[in-house]
Ligand binder design. Structure first.
Ligand code: SAM
Length: 270
């Protein structure tokens, strides 16, 4: 079992670099790391962390993050958001980007791909044949390389697709095995997957029309969340939208968002 001191060392490391607050999650941390640390022959968690800190290749750190992030997600999650996105956000964004024809949508906690593929399907539906003259690629980032690998592969089983409208299933997935379906290459081309830590400075040259940051800030403490929301606000186009998880909140005393619905926010139109 992990000691209090080892727990604190790992929790501090992960919080400082990645914002993830594991403060009360000692048993969970132990459960997720125990077999890996044993199998690697480190003997205890302190030796493992010494190795993580010394490892220049970053591969141990990658494993640590893959074990400590929670990647739970599913297709159709909080579906009302996608209806709002199609009916309100995309018509606005199309007007706003009329001249350049580049739509800039970012999904900042993309996990295993369900959410960015949903966004891409909605965009495809909305633009119809017009999509050929637009750059509508969705940027999809996450911290976990393991989740991103699955996202890029785009392989899901029948159960995972059970609530998906038939029409989308037919258009955007092909049957590739007994009970398995793979996202079509055409839809994969509409999503650009990259590893990105939300705690890092945002590297974008242009501002976003919409940012999806759903069900990730629950892992951060108040100060971390506030700082992140400030960056998000700065990197939205005037009039741009932010979607957060339906059980999450934004403190509007700290960030000047306009609330459209409890989990949908908008930057003032300039
Ligand atoms: C519970 S999933 C949410 C997935 C999806 N947005 C949804 O709502 O279904 C949270 C995701 O946030 C990612 N995450 C946690 N901390 C992060 C950070 N600092 N930077 C980027 N992604 C992070 C995790 O790897 C995980 O895949």
């Amino acid at each position: 079992m992990i000691t209090d001191e080892e727990f604190l060392r790992i929790a501090t490391y992960v919080k400082q670099r990645y914002g993830i607050d594991l403060g009360q999650k000692k048993v969970i941390m132990n459960g997720r790391l125990e077999n890996y640390v044993k199998a690697g022959g480190w003997g205890n968690y302190n030796s493992f962390m010494d190795a993580v800190e010394k490892d220049k290749s970053g591969s141990l750190e990658k494993d640590l993050l893959n074990m400590l992030t929670t990647n739970y997600t599913y297709f159709m999650r909080e579906f009302e958001h996608f209806e709002f996105f199609k009916n309100q956000v995309l018509p606005w964004a199309r007007r706003r980007a009329e001249k350049t024809k580049d739509l800039r949508i970012w999904c900042g906690a993309a996990s295993t791909g369900e959410e960015p593929y949903m966004i891409a399907m909605v965009i495809r539906d909305f633009f119809g044949l017009d999509h050929q003259s637009w750059d509508t690629k969705v940027l999809a980032t996450d911290l976990s390389t393991r989740a991103l690998q699955q996202a890029k592969a785009g392989v899901y089983n029948e159960e995972q697709l059970k609530n998906m409208p038939e029409q989308w299933k037919r258009h955007f997935f092909k049957k590739t095995g007994q009970g398995t379906f793979t996202v079509t290459d055409e839809l994969k081309d509409e999503v650009l997957f990259r590893q990105f830590n939300l705690m890092s400075p945002f590297p974008f040259k242009k501002k976003m029309h919409t940012i999806f940051l759903r069900n990730v800030m629950i892992y951060f403490d108040g100060a971390t969340k506030h700082e992140l929301l400030r960056k998000v606000y700065d990197f939205l186009e005037p009039g741009g939208y932010l979607f957060i998880g339906m059980t999450e909140t934004v403190d509007r005393n700290q960030v000047p968002f306009q609330m459209i619905q409890p989990s949908i926010f908008r930057k003032k139109e300039g």
